[in-house]
Design a protein around this ligand. Structure first.
Ligand code: PEP
Ligand code: NA
Ligand code: MN
Length: 615
């Protein structure tokens, strides 16, 4: 138990006595964690540029950061992780609700008291020889009506620097939070690598034993053993999705794994859409797309997380609670995503696990069509195109301030966000799922989200081409029982009424023709699908009623100037009872996972689908 406290170092004691806040609950918590973890010193992060530069300098001295040449990415750094600490660890991620049922069938569960006991042992003395940083942060705007505060305690300067990019941190947050004694999420992180007296540090300290733990009822996060993004930057997946989904359930809003896009038509009218895609479906590229059709404009609001709330007129409004992009580098490049590249090229970026070029910059697969003749790969080895292995880790990342995105919509900064007109679900399917369909009702759209599926790609380990269900693309991020989460979606539709809820669409850019080629060209051409969705919202686009919803007929989609054959277009838009009959057993198996937590309205949707297939 935490009360087995040990005295602090004089320096740590002084930092607590001179805390830049008199918010007793916060100061008490910092003391309690310091007594448990025994850091040499404590630093209250102020979020300033000076602090960032100082910590980055220390990380360079420690060998964690390589400062890049300013010619391509000014004021930027490359970090290289331990090879065993390169990604989120879902098998080590736990939802510790009071009961196992609270976590549900899609999460790992442990009893919260047992988990705290286990982790308290791991945390005891785990910051010896290190600095403990206290990072006050807010997800979303500090000027929001109900700012969502957190404080992350961490022993990683890499985390402090990355959190400064990904969230709003520091003095302003601490002052506002302290003034109102506002509730804050306690987010504790340690790399789990104490240093003995005189022991030399490694560039990327971490621990083979990892725990990424959410306590949804008490809104706490305990993370141990990893320094990597989603495991360690606790404002992102742990707070803004897992904890926030539980908060949202209790408070009547939605925390979703969605990009947010502003679309403007040639007449100057704007609409806002969000989209949930499982990984490896081109979410970042969609968030930053260049429309291929004349006169249409796309601007980004978010690339990963959407918080959807309801205003005093019952209308859904959406904000992106993050302040940065933490994007997968491979596949993001000048040829495919120049908007992302221009943002990164503004500098102020932290790269992790990309390759180093001979001129002091970085490269990753897909950055440029031209492949450098020599690199130092992410593991520090010489690399040439003949090496036969990727130079950058497939999950290597860029961490960049969102303010550097030049196609960022100005409404990104609006504290209460923008009205949300449509939600798009999408997956990667060779068959069955048409290019786009409009759900028949909110319940039907929720059913489509719940059964959202995608075929695995080489990007993740495991078999390729296997259909995986990923409800609302939230499978690793739902912070409570998924059946209750589905019910929450349905309840909001009931409460606010279909006329106030966003319309739901389902897209599939990856349908194949009979000869195996892609039926649809994808990328910027996806703007043609967005145009159809936009015009449906305006009431000016036609479609054909099918049992999976309204699908554009071949003349309803703007394909002017697009090289696509009739066969391809037909294949892209095809709704086949035969294919859906083959789909149904997989859907049934998936829905059975939720037992009696499956909302009856979803069973009804399943039965309607089954009946339509037979007809
Ligand atoms: C992450 O791993 O930190 C992360 C942002 O995950 P993803 O790209 O899968 O959303
Ligand atoms: Na910031
Ligand atoms: Mn994500």
């Amino acid at each position: 138990d935490i009360s087995m406290a040990t005295a602090l170092t004089a320096e740590a004691e002084q930092s607590i006595n001179n805390a830049p806040t008199n918010y007793t609950e916060l100061v008490q918590w910092v003391r309690e964690i310091a007594e448990l973890t025994q850091p040499d010193r404590i630093v209250w992060a102020d979020g300033s540029q000076e602090e960032y530069d100082r910590l980055a300098g220390e990380l360079v001295d420690a060998g964690t950061f390589v400062r890049l040449s300013d010619h391509e990415f000014p004021n930027s750094y490359a970090a290289f992780s331990d090879p065993d600490d390169v990604a989120r660890v879902e098998e080590r991620t736990f939802i510790c609700s009071q009961t196992a049922e609270g976590a549900g069938p899609t999460n790992n569960w442990r009893d919260p008291a047992e988990m705290k006991q286990t982790m308290t042992k791991l945390y005891r003395g785990c910051m010896r020889g290190r600095t403990m940083y206290v990072i006050p942060f807010v997800m979303g705007s500090l000027d929001a009506k109900d700012p969502k505060y957190g404080v992350e305690i961490t022993d990683s300067a890499y985390v402090v620097c990355s959190m400064r990019i990904m969230a709003t941190i520091g003095t302003d947050v601490l002052e506002k939070m302290s003034k109102t004694n506002a509730f804050f999420v306690k987010a504790l992180h340690s790399v789990g690598a104490p240093l003995a007296e005189g022991q030399e540090d490694v560039p990327w300290p971490c621990n083979l034993e990892k725990y990424i733990v959410q306590f949804p009822e008490t809104r706490e996060i305990w993370s141990f053993g990893s320094g990597y993004g989603g495991n360690a930057l606790l404002g992102k997946k742990c707070y803004a999705l897992r904890i926030a989904s539980a908060l949202a359930h209790d408070e009547g809003w939605m925390a979703e794994h969605m990009l947010v896009l502003k679309v403007t038509n040639p007449a100057g009218k704007s609409r806002y859409v969000s989209a949930a895609f499982p990984s490896a479906c081109g979410k970042t590229n969609f968030a930053m797309m260049e429309p291929a059709i004349d006169g249409w404009k796309a601007e980004m609001i978010g690339d990963d997380i959407a918080w959807i709330r309801f205003d005093e007129n019952n209308k859904a409004r959406v904000v992106n609670p993050e302040a940065g992009l933490f994007g997968v580098a491979p596949g993001t490049g000048w040829p495919t995503n120049p908007n992302a590249m221009r943002a990164i090229a503004e500098g102020n970026t932290i790269f992790t696990n990309v390759a180093l070029t001979d001129d002091g910059s970085v490269w990753w697969e897909g950055k440029t069509d031209e492949v450098p003749e020599h690199l130092i790969d992410w593991q520090g080895n010489d690399w040439t195109p003949e090496s036969g292995r990727p130079a950058a880790h497939p999950n290597s990342r860029f961490c960049t301030p969102i303010s550097q995105v030049d196609m960022l919509a100005e409404e990104y900064y609006a504290p209460e966000g923008v009205p949300l007109d449509a939600i798009i679900f999408g997956g990667r399917r060779k068959t069955t799922v048409p290019l786009v369909s409009e759900a028949k009702s909110w319940e039907h759209g929720v059913f489509q989200g719940v059964t959202l599926s995608s075929e695995t790609t080489a990007a993740a380990k495991g078999a390729v081409g296997v259909v995986r269900r990923d409800p609302m693309a939230m499978l690793p991020f739902i912070g409570y029982n998924a059946g209750d989460y589905f019910q929450h979606w349905l309840d909001l539709g009931q409460k606010y009424g279909a006329e106030n809820m966003p319309k739901i669409y389902y897209v599939n850019w990856f349908r194949r023709t009979a000869d195996g080629g892609f039926a649809w060209p994808g990328f910027g051409e996806n703007s043609r699908v967005v145009k159809w969705i936009f015009d449906r919202l305006e009431g000016t686009a036609e479609g054909e009623e099918t049992f999976v919803g309204t699908v554009p007929g071949k003349d309803d989609l703007d394909v002017s100037g697009l090289e696509i054959s009739d066969e391809e277009l037909k294949a892209a838009l095809n709704v086949s009872a035969g294919e859906w009959a083959q789909e149904l057993p997989g859907i049934d198996q998936w829905l059975a996972t939720f037992g009696d937590k499956l909302p009856p309205a979803l069973k009804d949707q399943r039965d309607i689908l089954a009946r339509s297939i037979q007809q």
